[in-house]
Design a protein around this ligand. Structure first.
Ligand code: GDD
Ligand code: MN
Length: 417
């Protein structure tokens, strides 16, 4: 039985696999280890390449997820698929320095720790040749997690860490499982002080393939922090919906101002026009960010927008009516407005969730697919594997899987057909 499982999430990393296994083989001569590649059905055929390496290297396994995307959920499902007492998560692109793995393991064992983090911010480590933009993003991310989660670590953004199975299982059901920053999630999900140490390393340059870090990863990071702060009381997508709605309120004010002052539109018309444009902006933001995993396109997007208009109008009417009624029975105007806004936003969110983006329906279809006979399952709706990760399945991670691990909740063949 392996002592150490190395979990390597991959998306289009075919060009890096051989070199990665060579490097691991070189430094782990004295350790009984296994490698699990968790691939999200990469178009470049990373999974098939991994399987072909596995034919001649018994240490290697592939977990191929279809219709799914996400570094954090891939890492978590990879860890769940193993049984070794120690688990390492590392990238496939050789940016993480495998040479520190033996000292990380040694430290974890000798000091009886829960986690050892590969850190770029300790003396002896470094960011390598990060661009100034990337450096700034990393610093902002770190400051945010420092401020919000108060983590006892110099490099919470690190995607390279060693954790005991015991600790992992202690927190796994509290994980938000969103986005890239699995270490922040693992640390912020603890209900006790974490025994932790760091080992410095210098982040290397990527030689093959491309980074998958983009603006959405940044947004997912904010979602993760919000989820941690609120301890998962609200669905992550509701918080996002609320944020989009707040942006909408600001847009609405600015638009009304612009229409009245620059275009000399009458106040009442400016309100209506501003409102209509704002609802469209909200819809587009929700389609691209909040519900990106179920994004509507083409005609369905137009129909979705029309429906969104209808629901938001009803929501607004309910909000105003309720706020007025409360004020009349003696509520302070601010409290009355707040109750109105909350009720209106819950209504809008529920309708958007159920009827515009059809998330409940998609979730049921997916569960049906999970329990269906293999032959029947082909008839059920599923994701286009290479649609860039915005298929129908991912919302199950983001919505129902948020209080646990989607792979753990659903039968494993959903994730690993
Ligand atoms: N399965 C799966 N699914 N793997 C993914 C996905 C995904 O949706 N997105 C990225 N990966 C894999 C990549 O193939 C790579 O092996 C690893 O996750 C990291 O992705 P990169 O795109 O190379 O990220 P990065 O280099 O910009 O950032 C990494 O290093 C930072 C510093 O340690 C990540 O690990 C960050 O989380 C980390 O902060
Ligand atoms: Mn990388």
């Amino acid at each position: 039985m392996s002592e150490l499982s190395i979990i390597v999430p991959t998306f289009n990393e075919g060009g890096n696999l051989t070199a990665l296994f060579h490097c691991l083989h070189r430094v782990l001569q004295d350790i009984d280890y296994e490698v699990v590649i968790v691939d999200d059905d990469s178009p470049d055929g990373t999974a098939a390449m991994g399987r072909s390496i596995a034919q001649s290297n018994a240490r290697v396994r592939v977990l191929q997820r279809i219709g799914r995307r996400g570094l954090a959920s891939a890492a978590v499902e990879g860890m769940l698929a193993t049984s070794s007492p120690y688990l390492i998560v590392m990238d496939a692109d050789l940016q993480h320095d495998e040479q520190i793995i033996p000292s990380m393991l040694e430290k974890l064992k000798s000091e009886n720790l829960d986690i050892v983090v590969g850190s770029r911010n300790l003396s002896g480590g470094g960011m390598g040749e990060f661009t100034s933009n990337r450096l700034m993003l990393s610093t902002v991310g770190r400051r945010l997690s420092d401020a919000i989660c108060k983590l006892p670590v110099t490099d919470p953004m690190s995607g390279f860490f060693l954790v005991t199975r015991e600790y992992f299982h202690e927190v796994v059901h509290n994980l938000s499982n969103v986005g890239f920053k699995i270490l922040v999630d693992l640390l912020a999900s603890a209900r006790r002080p974490v025994r932790l140490a760091e080992v410095p390393y210098t982040f290397r340059n990527r030689k093959q393939g491309e980074s998958k870090l983009d603006i959405l990863v940044g947004i997912e990071y904010l979602q993760l922090l919000l989820d941690k702060v609120t301890r998962g009381i609200f669905p992550v997508s509701y918080l996002m919906f609320g944020m989009v709605g707040s942006i909408g309120v600001i847009c609405n004010l600015l638009l009304a101002l612009l229409l009245v002052t620059s275009f000399h539109v009458a106040f009442k018309e400016a309100q209506v026009l501003g409102g209509l444009i704002t609802i469209a902006i909200n819809f587009l933001l929700n389609n691209h960010v909040t519900f990106r995993f179920a994004r509507l396109r083409g005609v369905r997007m137009v129909l979705g927008l029309v429906l969104f208009y209808v629901f938001c109008s009803v929501g607004l009417l309910a909000q105003v009516t309720l706020a007025n009624a409360l004020q009349q029975v003696g509520f302070h105007w601010m409290a009355a407005t707040l109750v109105g806004v909350v009720v209106g936003s819950v209504w809008n969110y529920s309708m958007a969730f159920l009827l515009v983006w059809h998330l409940k329906q998609r979730q049921n279809a997916r569960l049906q697919l999970a329990y269906a006979e293999p032959a029947r399952s082909r008839d059920l709706p599923t994701t286009k594997p290479h649609s860039g990760g915005h298929g129908r399945v991912r919302q199950i991670d983001a919505l129902t899987g948020r209080r646990g691990v989607s792979g753990a909740r659903q039968p494993s063949h959903v994730a690993n057909p």
